[in-house]
Write a protein of this length. Structure first.
Length: 277
């Protein structure tokens, strides 16, 4: 996926933190922790499997990030996905399985307005409050391929397993957006476990806070989000519990957590702009 809000960290083991958007990249030393943030180690998604997932693109069709449909006019995404382009330069593509495919399910709608969380600090480094909204220029039409996602309850905690999906890089060494949407299952981690994992890997928790939720590859421990997955969903029981934000680079390093904005902490923000959702 395009907007990589995943951080770059230079380590002894040459790990980097990456922001999941595909278009923005930055590197720095571990002393200044840089955050640069496809699904790595995933499998092909099937048509109609993720009907709430959209591709956020430039007006010319370049994939930037993912997003989740909330209503016919509103899409949930990551704040860092919205800093490089003005609304009139972007669009969303709903009902899409393969990038640039021509299919009767596809709906292409221009973006009318972007809303970035007021306490998101901006920049291309991984940061708190990495959540935003896209207001569409005209409404989506509900079909089998295009449907809204449910929100969690305010402050709801999630445990167990969840699914993540998107069109992000297949690996850090292969900076190519996959043609087919990818998916993988994640084992959800407690805040303490995620913090301990980061400290053991890079000596710091970086921007991690309790308004974020972490996951680790459920099968081999190497499944991960990567550049271009930003803004996409972490899904559990039909609810979008997380918005893809950042991870360490290289993507897919063993037992490195993928980090998401915890949606249940931002219900008031979302409903301020999207009442009734």
């Amino acid at each position: 996926m395009k907007l990589t809000v995943i951080v770059h960290l230079l380590l002894v083991i040459s790990l980097f933190i990456t922001i999941a958007s595909a278009s923005i990249k930055k590197t720095n030393s571990i002393n200044k922790i840089k955050w640069d943030g496809k699904i790595v180690g995933g499998t092909n998604a099937q048509r109609y499997e993720f009907p709430s997932l959209v591709s956020y693109q430039t007006i010319n069709g370049e994939h930037l990030c993912g997003g989740s449909i909330l209503t016919q006019y509103w899409v949930l995404t990551a704040a860092h996905c919205l800093i490089a382009h003005r609304p009139y330069e972007t669009r969303i593509v709903a009902g899409m399985l393969n990038q640039k495919e021509v299919h009767s399910d596809i709906q292409i709608i221009e973006v009318y307005e972007q809303v970035i969380h007021p306490y998101y600090p901006g920049g291309t480094e991984a940061a708190p409050n990495d959540i935003g909204l896209l207001h569409l220029a005209w409404p989506l039409q509900w079909t089998y391929a295009v449907l809204p996602v449910q929100l969690p309850y305010e402050n709801e905690e999630s445990f167990g397993y969840a699914w993540t999906a998107g069109w992000g890089y297949l690996s850090s060494s292969l900076p190519v957006i996959p043609t087919r949407m990818q998916k993988t299952e994640m084992l959800l981690l407690s805040y303490t476990q995620c913090a301990n994992d980061l400290i053991s890997l890079v000596g710091s928790i970086g921007p991690l806070n309790q308004n974020m939720i972490c996951g680790r590859g459920a099968y081999t421990g190497t499944e991960s989000i990567c550049k271009g997955d930003s803004g996409g969903p972490l899904l559990q029981n039909g609810k979008v519990i997380g918005v893809t934000s950042w991870t360490l680079e290289p993507c897919g390093y063993y037992n490195v957590p993928s980090v998401y904005t915890k949606v249940s902490k931002y219900i008031q923000f979302i409903r301020y702009y999207v009442p009734g959702v």
